[in-house]
Write a protein that binds this ligand. Structure first.
Ligand code: TTP
Ligand code: MG
Ligand code: MG
Length: 417
């Protein structure tokens, strides 16, 4: 390893400036040891664990078959019928009428999530939860200093998977690599109950062969755009210059340029700040006209303001989320001068945001509002009495931050349904 790095360093001298940047990041990057853990069929596995009669059967957690709900999670047995998360439950029923449909028990999933996080924390305090069932772990130091692991992050990952199985009776998959992007990609490759390691030097060949859709950060819309530009695989993406990618995709273009080369400098962020606050509603009957929609948004805004007040925050960006009757979701955002602090500062923006969508021409089944780029509302803190101030100040012990992060994720998970 050392000699590889030295020879890379040696090459730096003769390379031009652009490749120096790439080679140097490769050298620094390849020293980190990152694990991404993701639970298998999480909600469904918790249900199968707690209910013997569901084991070995196609199980769907989410909306009932004849409701307007969607599949939140499905067991691997259900996946054989082509069922997946976010599919309307009615469609899942058509594809597999014998499946068992159960409503979610979020508290059970949140409890399991807290226990999994506690296991991660035995190995490193650099843990970044991404959703209730997954997290990045930076185990660089632990692998180096704990002789039991002999420098191997793979051994740590396997020990964690074993602990999850022994203590929670659930299975997890792991990806091990030298950055977050590759670790996440790896954890999906041998699911369920598997592990995959991507070593420095293996990444680029692997990435070149993959369809771009498999890259974390390339969603459906970006995939469509890339395909139109003739980019379907990693190799196609790699043929594009940095400049051309930035031209086509803005700042994200730089991210794509890097990841396809296996470069991702993002640190594992164990101090995840709350990024947004939101409120939303799914309607029993679709809303048809913008008048009704604005009235509904006013009510949603009241809930949002309550939540902002509870967190004592001031925000810069407002986002309207809208799900059309056919489940297609669009969002529209605005960052007004003066920020967002009270109801009026939000409601005055709603008609403008709504006209940027096809609401009214198309029926709407869900509306939501969220605010982001949060900052403490200093004006409120100044007038707060001492008792309130101390109870509103977050504790900075690691544990409380983690629970907060998981609970924020829990709230956003609830919104997925
Ligand atoms: P995922 O990790 O994406 O999926 P999963 O754990 O069910 O299955 P896999 O083995 O492929 O990882 O999501 C974790 C949980 O989040 C999932 O069990 C249910 C919930 N979820 C939703 O509620 N809606 C969604 O659209 C998705 C993708 C997940
Ligand atoms: Mg999962
Ligand atoms: Mg997940």
């Amino acid at each position: 390893m050392q000699s590889d790095e030295q020879s890379l360093q040696g090459e730096l001298i003769v390379k031009d400036r652009a490749s120096v940047t790439v080679e140097r990041s490769y050298t620094i990057e390849s020293k980190r040891k990152i694990i991404h853990i993701d639970m298998d069929a999480f909600f469904a596995s918790v249900e199968q664990r707690d209910n013997l009669q569901y084991r070995g059967k196609p199980l769907i957690v989410g909306g009932q078959p004849h409701s307007r709900g969607v599949v939140a999670a499905c067991s691997y047995e259900a996946r054989e019928f082509g069922i997946h998360s976010a599919m309307p439950s009615s469609q899942a029923y058509r594809q597999c009428p014998q499946a068992i449909f159960v409503p979610p028990r979020f508290n059970a999933y949140r409890d399991a999530s807290h226990l999994i996080q506690a296991i991660f924390r035995r190995y490193t305090d650099k843990v970044e939860p991404l959703s209730l069932d997954e997290a990045y772990l930076d185990v660089t130091d632990r692998a180096r200093t704990d002789q039991r692991f002999g420098g191997s992050a793979q051994r740590i990952a396997n020990e964690i998977r074993q602990a999850i199985f022994d203590e929670l009776n659930l299975t997890a998959s792991a990806g091990v690599s030298y950055n977050k992007f590759l670790a996440k990609l790896a954890s999906d490759r041998n699911k369920p109950n598997g592990i995959c390691v991507i070593k420095p030097g293996e990444a680029e060949v692997l990435l070149a062969r993959l369809p771009v859709r498999k890259f974390h950060g390339v969603g459906q819309a970006t995939e469509r755009k890339m395909n139109k530009l003739g980019i379907t695989t990693g190799q196609d993406l790699k043929n594009w210059s940095q400049l051309a990618l930035v031209d086509a995709f803005g700042k994200q273009g730089l991210y794509y340029f890097n990841i396809v080369r296996g470069i991702d400098h993002r640190p594992v962020n164990n101090n995840r700040e709350r990024k947004s606050i939101g409120a939303e509603r799914t309607f029993q009957n679709d809303l048809q006209n913008t008048h009704e929609m604005l009235a509904a948004l006013e009510l949603i805004c009241e809930t949002l303001i309550e939540r902002m007040k509870a967190k004592n925050t001031f925000a810069k960006t407002l986002t309207l989320k809208l799900r059309y009757a056919n489940f297609e979701v669009v969002t529209r955002s605005i960052s007004p001068d003066g920020g967002l602090s009270d109801k009026q500062s939000i409601t005055r923006l709603l008609p403008g945001l709504l006209t940027k969508t096809e609401a009214g021409d198309r029926a709407v089944r869900l509306l939501g509002l969220s605010v982001a780029h949060l900052q403490p509302d200093v004006s409120k803190t100044a007038t707060m009495d001492a008792d309130n101030a101390s109870s509103a100040t977050p504790s900075h012990s690691d544990a409380s931050i983690d629970i907060q992060a998981v609970d924020d994720l829990y709230t956003s998970q609830l919104k997925l349904l």
